[in-house]
Design a protein around this ligand. Structure first.
Ligand code: SAH
Ligand code: SF4
Ligand code: F3S
Length: 440
C-alpha cells in the first residue's frame, strides 16, 4: 500500500471558508493533512476576496512557496475560495506555478481537478453548477471531533450591498434542505460535537425544503435541531437585519439551546450612507429591531460589523454611526476601513481621504473596545454554563466558552474537552474571563 500524500491547507476569510476547508480535506481521499507546507505534496490556499488586503495576501503567500516548488516540481499548488472565483485563470497568469484553481461552488469536482493537476495539466473550475455540491462531497468520515463545529445551511447572497463582492464570489442565495442538515448535524453529534454554528452569508434568510415538503424558516430548522439529544448549543451567523423574522426573534426567548448571542451587522448609522450602500434597512428600523430582540431575550449579546470611510461619508454621517453604537451597546464588533472592490458599484465613487478614514476607524474601535470591556466585566460574579473546548496555556487549565461567547479559563480543571459545567466568573482579564467550577 502506498502511504497517503500530504495536504497543507491554509484558510483565510470567514467561518464558511473554515467549513469548506474541512470538506475539501475530506473530499481529497488519498491525502492526509499536515500542518506545514514544507513536506506537503499539495498546498491549497482557501482564499478571501472581501477586502483588497485579504486578496493581496494570496499572492504574497504564493511567492513564499516558490522555493518549495522549485526544489520539488511535483508539489501541486492550488487556490480555492473567493479569490479563485473572482480572478479565475488570471491567478495562473499572474503566478504560473499555480496548478489548480477551484471556486467555492465547484469543490465537489476537486478530486477530478486534483487528478488533472497530478497529471501535469492546469486544472480550473469556477462554474456555478446547479447541483448541491454538499451532496457530492465525500461523507464525513467517522473520526472523532472537537466539541464545536460549523455547518453551512445557506450560501450566497442576493442583496448586492454596493461595497460587497460576496454575491459575485458565492453566487445566488441557496438553502440546503432540512433533512440533509439534520443528517449532518446528527453525525457531528455522534462524533462528539455539542455546539453547532449554522452558517450562511445571509443565514436568517434560510428557506430550505422542509420535511413536510413546504419551505422551512431558520427558526423552524433550529427547532428541529433542538430535538437532537446530545446537541447542547445552537448558534447561527451571519444575519441580515431585514431577515430577522418574528419566529426567529421569538426562538431567542424560548429555545433553551439557542445561545444568547446575535451577530447583526448594521455597517453604518447614517440613513444617507445606508441608502448609498443599498442596505435596505434604516438606522431606525435597525434600532427598533434590536429593541424587539432584547424584549424577547433581555440579556442577549449583540455583535455587529461596521464599515468606515464609505464613499461620501461626512463627519455628520460618521457621528450618526458613533451615536448608533452608543444606543445599541455592542458586546462585540468588527470594523473595517472601506476597501473598493473591482466590479462593485461603490468602487466607482470618490473615496474618503484615507487619513480621515483611519482616524474615524480608530475612534470607532476605541468606543467598541470600551463597550466590549464593560459587558465582559459585567460577567464577574455571575454563574454561567461553560462548554470546555481545549486545555489552556497553563498546566491543568481548561478553556471554554459561555453562551455569550466569552472565553473562560478555569485553573486545575478536572473536566475533559466537551464537558459542560456551571462556572462562577471571578475575574475579567484582557480577552477572557477567569472562573471556578461550582461543585454541588
Ligand atoms: N453577509 C454578511 C457580511 C459578509 S462580509 C453581512 O451581510 O453582514 C463581512 C463584513 O466585511 C461585512 O459585514 C462588512 O462589514 C465587511 N466588508 C464587506 N465588504 C467590504 C469592503 N468592500 N470594504 C470594507 N469592509 C467590507
Ligand atoms: Fe455582502 Fe450585503 Fe450580501 Fe452581506 S448582505 S454578503 S454585506 S452583499
Ligand atoms: Fe471572504 Fe468569501 Fe467569506 S470573500 S468573507 S471568504 S464569503
Amino acid at each position: 500500500m502506498t502511504s497517503p500524500k500530504k495536504l497543507f491547507i491554509k484558510t483565510y476569510g470567514c467561518q464558511m471558508n473554515v467549513y469548506d476547508s474541512e470538506r475539501m480535506a475530506e473530499a481529497l481521499k488519498g491525502y492526509e493533512q499536515t500542518d506545514t507546507p514544507d513536506d506537503a505534496d499539495m498546498i491549497l490556499l482557501n482564499t478571501c476576496h472581501i477586502r483588497e488586503k485579504a486578496a493581496e495576501k494570496v499572492y504574497s503567500e504564493l511567492g513564499r512557496y516558490k522555493p518549495l516548488k522549485e526544489a520539488r516540481p511535483d508539489l501541486k499548488i492550488g487556490v480555492a475560495g473567493c479569490v479563485a472565483q473572482a480572478e479565475g485563470a488570471e491567478i495562473m497568469r499572474r503566478q504560473p506555478m499555480v496548478d489548480l484553481v477551484v471556486g467555492p461552488q465547484s469543490y465537489h469536482r476537486l478530486p477530478e481537478l486534483e487528478a488533472k493537476a497530478s497529471a501535469g495539466e492546469k486544472a480550473l473550475d469556477t462554474d456555478f453548477p446547479i447541483d448541491d455540491k454538499f451532496e457530492h462531497l465525500a461523507a464525513r468520515p467517522k473520526a472523532a471531533r472537537g466539541p464545536t463545529a460549523f455547518l453551512t445551511v445557506q450560501e450566497g447572497c442576493d442583496k448586492f450591498c454596493a461595497f460587497c463582492v460576496v454575491p459575485y464570489t458565492r453566487g445566488a442565495e441557496v438553502s440546503r434542505p432540512v433533512a440533509r442538515i439534520l443528517t449532518e448535524a446528527r453525525d457531528l453529534v455522534a462524533r462528539g460535537v455539542r455546539e453547532i454554528t449554522l452558517l450562511g452569508q445571509n443565514v436568517n434568510a434560510y428557506h430550505g425544503l422542509g420535511e413536510t415538503g413546504a419551505e422551512a424558516t431558520l427558526a423552524q430548522l433550529i427547532w428541529q435541531l433542538d430535538k437532537i439529544d446530545g446537541l447542547e448549543r445552537i448558534r447561527f451567523t451571519t444575519s441580515h437585519p431585514n431577515d430577522m423574522t418574528d419566529d426567529l426573534i421569538e426562538a431567542h426567548g424560548t429555545c433553551a439551546k439557542l445561545m444568547p448571542y446575535l451577530h447583526l451587522p448594521v455597517q453604518s448609522g447614517s440613513d444617507r450612507i445606508l441608502k448609498r450602500m443599498n442596505r435596505s434597512h434604516t438606522r431606525d428600523s435597525y434600532l427598533r429591531l434590536i429593541e424587539r430582540i432584547r424584549a424577547a431575550r433581555p440579556d442577549i449579546l449583540i455583535s455587529g460589523d461596521f464599515i468606515v470611510g464609505f464613499p461620501e461619508e461626512s463627519d455628520q454621517d460618521f457621528a450618526d454611526t458613533m451615536d448608533l453604537i452608543r444606543e445599541v451597546n455592542y458586546g462585540q464588533a468588527f470594523s473595517f476601513k472601506y476597501s473598493p472592490r473591482p466590479g462593485t458599484p461603490a468602487a466607482e465613487r470618490p473615496e474618503v481621504e484615507p487619513a480621515l478614514a483611519d482616524a474615524r476607524l480608530q475612534e470607532l474601535q476605541a468606543l467598541i473596545a470600551q463597550q466590549q470591556k464593560t459587558i465582559q466585566d459585567s460577567m464577574v460574579g455571575r454563574e454561567l454554563d461553560v462548554l470546555f473546548e481545549k486545555p489552556g496555556k497553563l498546566e491543568g487549565q481548561m478553556m471554554g466558552k459561555t453562551g455569550y461567547l466569552h472565553a473562560v479559563h478555569v485553573k486545575d480543571c478536572p473536566l475533559p474537552r466537551g464537558a459542560m459545567a456551571r462556572v462562577r466568573i471571578v475575574q475579567s482579564v484582557r480577552n477572557s474571563l477567569a472562573g471556578e467550577l461550582i461543585t454541588a
